[in-house]
Design a protein around this ligand. Structure first.
Ligand SMILES: [Ca+2]
Length: 443
């Protein structure tokens, strides 16, 4: 399987889910930006968008009419792609009957293309993700589900070595414990992405996997509603990942992503096969000493080396001296300091986002009744708009701090370039980009 494929779709999927789960204030603020990003002249200051807390309920944003872009495809029509794909599938040994069971009802879905190409307008702050992950509703439901599935979860924990509360947390993040498994007809979504072409190979691989799963009797053709990006069932596996890691957890002879026991077993199996280490927490919160060397950010060192410079878990958790750990300050020098273990990276195979992995870890703690982060977030800091991020990237790159691309997306390369700029401009080089820390670079 190609992990990156899974990552791309799910990162976007989670982004969308998180956006919809966010405080209405964010949605409101994004509605105040009236000028499309591309049309703002470079010399004009970008609009400052201030998100004010409001005591009155925010108006419900009116859904915009769905844009219907005309896809630019190398095929002259959707049905041309369909017949070509069907012929190729049959030539690869799939039965014409099974191919038609998948493709006959597939229709062009223009909304999938706009969802696939949309980018969030704001680089969100880590507490936005954390707040949404550990909302009281999600934690309470998680505790109930944990009790309800206790025997299955403890069996999975002993069989796969993956903590029961982490499996439960992923279930909560992916489908609200099965309450929202998606209602897009998956063959239409994947066929649309394949026809449009930008991610054709990926989408066609998923369709082939889907045909195989139907051929095996794992999935019934009647049961094919999921996310717009092909996520199926309780833990939103895409078909190729399910084909490789799906497990028959309830012993009925087929692997169904829509069966709780199958989905949770498959999540445990996927994390285990991706290198999950039994008993290791995804992160350990620590305090930074006053003389902390910020060049150690992002570096992996054994627990003993961290201990030698005065850094160890604030809750006194035991750590083997050789355990490699990486320091992460999700919100810079004034926020929580976390030593990440390799299990944090394992969660990211599910969705390649540190904020997602942090959300899963925190939700897991909440489900277990453990305390969240001890250090509070610097909530007074404000995020940049994607226009401002682009602007920052341009200025950093021009000044010799290469951000490896000008794409308006706040990623590791941009944070690292910003930290190098901070180091020579009188700031603590924590790489945390905010309206304050980046003020001299964005206009
Ligand atoms: Ca089963």
């Amino acid at each position: 399987m190609l992990p990156i494929n899974r990552l791309n779709t799910n990162t976007k999927l989670t982004l969308l889910k998180s956006v919809s789960a966010l405080a209405p204030a964010i949605i409101l603020a994004s509605c105040t930006s009236q000028t499309p990003v591309q049309q703002v002249p470079i010399s004009k200051p970008a609009p400052v968008i201030i998100i004010k807390p409001s005591t009155t309920p925010a108006p419900v944003p009116q859904p915009k009419p769905a844009p219907t872009p005309e896809p630019k495809s190398s095929y002259s029509s959707f049905s041309d792609w369909k017949s070509d794909f069907s012929a190729r599938a049959v030539s690869q040994g799939y039965s014409a009957y099974d191919v038609s069971r998948i493709l006959d009802a597939a229709q062009m879905n223009s909304q999938v293309i706009s969802l696939d190409s949309n980018q969030a307008e704001f680089a969100k702050m880590p507490w936005d993700y954390a707040d949404s992950a550990v909302s009281s509703g999600r934690v309470n439901s998680g505790q109930n589900k944990f009790e309800e599935q206790r025997s299955l979860l403890s069996r999975l924990e002993s069989q796969y070595g993956v903590n029961a509360e982490i499996i439960t947390a992923i279930w909560g993040m992916e489908s609200s414990y099965g309450a929202g498994t998606g209602n897009s007809y998956i063959p239409s979504s994947l066929a649309t992405l394949a026809y449009e072409g930008r991610r054709r190979d990926w989408a066609e691989d998923q369709l082939m996997a889907l045909i195989k799963l139907i051929q095996h009797g794992d999935i019934y053709p009647i049961q094919l509603n999921g996310s717009w990006a092909g996520g199926m069932g309780h833990t939103q596996f895409i078909p190729a990942t399910w084909l490789e890691f799906g497990v028959d957890g309830n012993g009925d002879g087929r692997r169904s992503p829509w069966e709780t026991a199958d989905a949770l077993s498959s999540t445990a199996n996927y994390l285990s096969k991706s290198g999950w280490i039994r008993g290791l927490s995804p992160f350990y919160e620590v305090s930074l000493p006053a003389n902390f060397d910020f060049s150690l950010l992002g570096q992996k060192m054994p627990a003993s080396s961290w201990r030698n410079i005065g850094i160890s878990p604030i809750d006194g958790a035991y750590l083997d001296a050789n355990t490699p750990l990486e320091m992460w300050l999700p919100a810079g020098k004034d926020g929580p300091a976390l030593l990440l273990s390799s299990n944090f990276d394992v969660i990211k195979v599910y969705n390649n986002s540190s904020n997602y992995a942090l959300g899963v870890s925190l939700l897991g703690r909440g489900i277990k009744g453990q305390p969240g982060l001890q250090k509070s977030w610097p909530r007074y800091e404000k995020a940049l708009t994607s226009f401002q991020v682009r602007n920052l990237q341009q200025r950093l790159t021009n000044a010799g701090f290469d951000t490896k691309g000008i794409d308006g997306i706040m990623g590791t390369n941009t944070r690292n370039a910003f930290a190098r700029w901070q180091a020579v401009n009188g700031q603590t080089p924590d790489g945390f980009v905010t309206l304050t820390s980046a003020s001299s670079l964005i206009w």
